[in-house]
Design a protein around this ligand. Structure first.
Ligand code: AMP
Length: 210
């Protein structure tokens, strides 16, 4: 199964991706995580994308397509994968279709901007295992500590009000057209991202089946 998760920042893509991986045994591909790793390593690629990422803009289609093209060749992708944060433009979606034929489902988690901005600034992530929390809606059991691995939680550099607003604007301008793109293909499943984490998961599972 080849899935794409679409949604503005903090819509819950990472959270749902983890549940989908656990149920369907798919590889998880988050282009944002891959780029953050490069930034943390201080690699040439990391240095190139660091400022673009912290401003809330997108890195070039060419660069990100090259990364995904390599990643989906890996062994763990043979049984299928979930793409989180890719494609983010129609050019990227067209290229993905060219690379893999077509996806099975694009899951669009829809949330209003006001709620997202609140979630963005309250978000905490685990730098070790990648688990995601929200001080308001999905807090860790012990404040500031990861439930899964016990690591101290951190805030992403682009999870500020200013960068958050820029990322929401980028989503509307460049990524929202993907909804129409996949609707036209007949592959879109839209779910209300305000209905609660478990309800979103159940709706997606019901759509994908066992
Ligand atoms: P994310 O963790 O998915 O919110 O991604 C964090 C940042 O990485 C984005 O704001 C972009 O700067 C960059 N990025 C991640 N995926 C893509 C993509 N598919 N196309 C362009 N830029 C991306």
């Amino acid at each position: 199964m080849k899935l794409v998760l679409i949604g503005a920042p903090a819509a819950g893509k990472g959270t749902q991706a983890r549940k989908l991986i656990a149920k369907y045994g798919l590889a998880y591909i988050s282009t944002g995580d891959m780029l953050r790793e490069e930034v943390a390593k201080g690699s040439e690629l990391g240095l190139k994308v660091k400022d673009i990422m912290s401003s809330g803009s997108l890195v070039s289609d060419e660069l990100i397509i090259a990364i995904v093209k390599e990643r989906i060749k890996a062994d763990d992708c043979k049984n299928g994968f979930i793409l989180d944060g890719f494609p983010r433009t129609v050019v990227q979606a067209e290229k993905l279709d060219e690379l893999i034929g077509s996806i099975d489902k694009a899951i669009y988690i829809n949330c209003p901007d006001e709620a997202l901005l609140e979630r963005i600034t309250a978000r905490e992530t685990c730098p070790k295992c990648g688990a995601s929390y929200n001080k308001i809606s999905v807090p860790s059991k012990v404040p500031g500590i990861c439930d899964v691995c016990g690591e101290h939680l951190t805030q992403r550099k682009d999870d500020t009000v200013e960068a958050g607003k820029a990322r929401l604007a980028t989503f509307h301008e460049q990524s929202e057209p993907l909804v129409a793109y996949y609707k036209k293909q007949g592959n879109l499943f839209e779910v209300d991202g305000m209905s609660g984490v478990d309800n979103v998961t159940n709706a997606i599972f019901a759509e994908l089946g066992d």
